[in-house]
Design a protein around this ligand. Structure first.
Ligand SMILES: Cc1ncc(COP(=O)(O)O)c(C=O)c1O
Length: 339
């Protein structure tokens, strides 16, 4: 099967499996796992933040950020198709007891004037706006890279209004590779950042959140409360270290494959590629074919290609480590045969 459903499906590489096997470990709740400590130091250094924390998933990282930044009853501004708003099971309200204020965006970026107008004034009736969340790359906007200038504007606005900014950077390294702007440069504009080791970077488990030492000290307690205080966790942190050492620059290959696939699809009658394809995600409208997204995806499956149903008229392909150039050619042939 050529699995183009998501970049979460990657299997750990040989060097990741070896690193897991050979990992030096200790009890991480006591802060004694040397492999986790190395991973957290390396991640903090890459992001230019004081401290980092290894967490079980991107979702857990984002939830911990809300718990650490906000107080119950606060309001959090974010783009209306953010992963946090759409796909995190309502966790911000259920766990952090905050209210999300969604602001529609274009290519994943909110209009900063809209954000400004959404920040609550001091009024007895209003919740307190305490946090703005942004997402880079933006998943539902098709892996769109959030412009650095936009992040700078959001950062400025937040400073002027005494708000914190959290970056859901599940695929922040894809943004770095696509734009040439370092994750450190992006992260300068936010108070906390989450990135996933287990997406395009290919590790089997885990995410990182980073911020000031004081923020991470408090985040560590929330992680414990959520059941994320793990023990000899160097076994799963070791592949994360390998991901950071070996797999960042190769994301360019995934982006090149995505472009090839997108160009091939765009040339086929009845298909429309809906996004600009800046990174590794392709959204394709199938409305003009005889298929619905569901039947299209079923037909692809019968030809050995997996894709995801995305919207009412769209399907999604995501390139990653386990998809080769040859697989892209085969996937294009499969699509052509279906049409
Ligand atoms: C933008 C974004 N944020 C957060 C997550 C959540 O990550 P996890 O699946 O590790 O919980 C995802 C997962 O796809 C994502 O795309």
């Amino acid at each position: 099967m050529i699995d183009l459903r998501s970049d979460t499906v990657t299997k750990p590489t040989e060097s990741m499996r070896r690193a897991a096997y050979e990992a030096e470990v200790g009890d991480d709740v006591y802060g004694e796992d040397p492999t986790v400590n190395r991973l957290e130091e390396k991640a903090a250094e890459l992001l230019g933040k004081e401290k980092a924390l290894f967490v079980t998933s991107g979702t857990q990282g984002n939830q911990i950020a809300a718990l650490t930044h906000c107080r119950p009853g606060d309001e959090v501004i974010m783009e209306a198709s953010s992963h946090i708003y759409i796909y995190e099971v309502g966790g911000f309200s259920a766990l952090a007891n905050v209210q999300i204020r969604p602001v529609p965006g274009i290519n994943g970026a909110m209009n900063t004037v809209d954000v400004k107008n959404t920040i609550r004034a001091e009024n007895i009736h209003y919740p307190t706006t305490s946090l703005i969340c942004i997402e880079n790359t933006h998943n539902l906007a098709g892996g769109a890279v959030l412009p650095l200038s936009h992040m700078q504007e959001i950062s400025q606005l937040a400073k002027e209004n005494n708000l914190q900014v959290h970056l859901d950077g599940a695929r922040l390294f894809n943004a770095q590779v696509a734009s040439g702007i370092s994750v450190k440069e992006y992260a300068k504009n936010v108070d906390s950042v989450q990135f996933c080791l287990s997406k395009g970077l290919g590790a089997p488990v885990g995410s990182i959140i980073a911020g000031t030492e004081e923020f991470i000290n408090r985040a560590r307690k929330w992680r414990k409360m959520l059941g994320g205080g793990l023990r000899q966790v160097g076994m799963i942190a070791a592949p994360g270290l390998v991901a950071l050492e070996e797999n960042i620059n190769r994301l360019a290959e995934d982006h090149a494959h995505a472009k090839l696939l997108a160009d091939g699809l765009a040339n086929m009658n009845g298909l429309k590629v809906e996004n600009k394809v800046e990174t590794n995600i392709i959204i394709v409208n199938v409305k003009e074919t005889k298929h619905t997204p569901e039947t299209f995806v079923e037909a692809l499956k019968s030809k050995g290609v997996l894709a995801g149903v995305f919207g009412l008229d769209t399907i999604r392909f995501v390139t990653h480590y386990d998809v080769s150039r040859e697989d892209i050619d085969k996937a294009l042939i499969a699509v052509q045969e279906i049409l």
